[in-house]
Design a binder for this molecule. Sequence first.
Ligand code: T5A
Length: 207
Amino acid sequence: MTRGRFITLEGIEGVGKTTHGPFVAEHLKALGRDCVLTREPGGTALGEALRAVLLDPKLPGMAPLTELLLMFAARAEHIARVIEPALAAGQWVVCDRFTDATFAYQGGGRGLDAQAIATLEQFVQGALRPDVTVLFDAPVELALERTRHRGAADRFEQERHDFFRRVRDCYLARAAAEPARFRTVDAAMPLEQVQATLAALVGELAA
Ligand code: T5A
């Protein structure tokens, strides 16, 4: 059985990960790849329960280390129950956020030590790393504007623009450091153009 490929979608809030995840998964299926679409934090019953805690705006001021460990607790469950079994069965996994988000939000945003995050990454994931990471990139003001029409802001969405600028900078630095893994997509483009770029990328990956 050939192992599946692990594709992650990353970027700040509002850049289109939730919109484009199903598009990528459907395109892969149309090209004959059995595919699982999932997300972090979440993707399992326990992970979704932890997500509710992590996003709860009624829990402001959570210690950054608590936040970090809850992200990795949800991830450990997700890897054990969903990601690894799917990849081992030859399925492709498309995941809306993964550990690059931890480096970007808990590292870049909250200021936690990147080396400590890397140590947890190794401990929790072993050798598991995304094969391809699509980074949707757009200016903070534009991306946050796109999320404005939604209801009450979650715990992360309540952060200031400075926080999201640090998160974005961290994502861009990681993409620059690992050009073979990252594909950066200009998410400021109109939806149809972003999806045309994605369709070409998916075609290349599935070839
Ligand atoms: N987190 C997560 C961490 O801190 N550490 C971690 O390790 C992990 C895994 C999760 C939160 O958890 C944090 C990060 C997050 O704050 P989430 O809800 O999963 O929260 O993620 P969000 O980024 O908050 O999801 P959003 O829905 O806000 O952003 P998306 O998914 O990027 O954007 P989307 O698809 O909902 O699009 C927003 C709007 O813009 C439109 C869409 O139609 C939609 O209305 N849009 C466009 N409009 C015009 N042109 C385009 N190109 C468009 N693209 C999208």
